[in-house]
Design a protein around this ligand. Structure first.
Ligand code: SF4
Length: 214
């Protein structure tokens, strides 16, 4: 059987983010990312990993009692076999979501997949990589996530929200970068401006801290 994927881990936990927050979910974390966000919390997925096939991933995912599967990274789309993997998971009847950096083309992602797409704010160090053409490909099943690491990031995100009418495309999530912006501070900014965004904290970090495989 041909080895086509590089896999960092598969684990079972509660979804920590976005509209599926709290749902039991199997996470498939693919290895590799072409970005280097300064606040990245999954640097261990940049390199290493184990070889895997789509069949072996399906077999492992099938061991857990969950309907939800989240393909994440790293940047999962940096592996070309991510696309057939997403398709195979959908074909197997799972509710599939994809967490992607927003830097790579999402056009070929199976339309059954809910895409949780980042827009990188300036203090990530990677905002030049935002692939703005992706916005035209999103629909109401998808979500846009912006991690806010400073007041400047917030002002940038507020401007992008307005200029590009993000809230008319799909739900928009603002998350504080851990250790860089106080959650209550970000919440206060959103309330003050009455933004049409959803504030979110990462549930898994509240429950278990910053632990690998959770
Ligand atoms: S895109 Fe995601 S995985 Fe890659 S460096 Fe940024 S936060 Fe980390």
């Amino acid at each position: 059987m041909a080895v086509a994927l590089r896999l960092t881990e598969i684990f079972y936990s509660l979804q920590g983010e976005a509209s599926r927050v709290g749902l039991p979910t199997v996470f498939v974390r693919l290895t590799g990312c072409p970005l280097r966000c300064v606040w990245c919390d999954t640097e261990y997925s940049f390199t290493g990993g184990e070889p895997a096939t789509i069949e072996s991933v399906l077999a492992e995912v099938g061991k857990y009692p969950a309907r939800q599967v989240c393909v994440t990274g790293g940047e999962p789309l940096s592996q070309k076999e991510c696309l057939p993997l997403l398709q195979a998971l959908c074909d197997a009847g799972y509710e599939v979501s994809l967490e992607t950096s927003g830097a790579l083309d999402i056009a070929a992602v199976d339309p059954r997949v809910a895409r949780i797409m980042d827009l990188k704010a300036p203090d990530s160090g990677e905002s030049a990589k935002n692939r703005w053409e992706n916005l035209a490909l999103l629909n109401g099943r998808d979500e846009i996530k912006i991690v806010i690491a400073s007041r400047d990031d917030y002002l940038w995100a507020r401007e992008v929200l307005r200029e590009r009418s993000l809230a008319s495309i799909c739900p928009v999530l603002f998350s504080p970068a851990q250790g860089r912006v106080e959650p209550a501070e970000l919440a206060a900014w959103i309330l003050e401006d009455g933004l049409e965004v959803r504030f979110q904290l990462q549930l898994h970090k509240l429950l278990w801290g910053n632990m690998k495989g959770k």
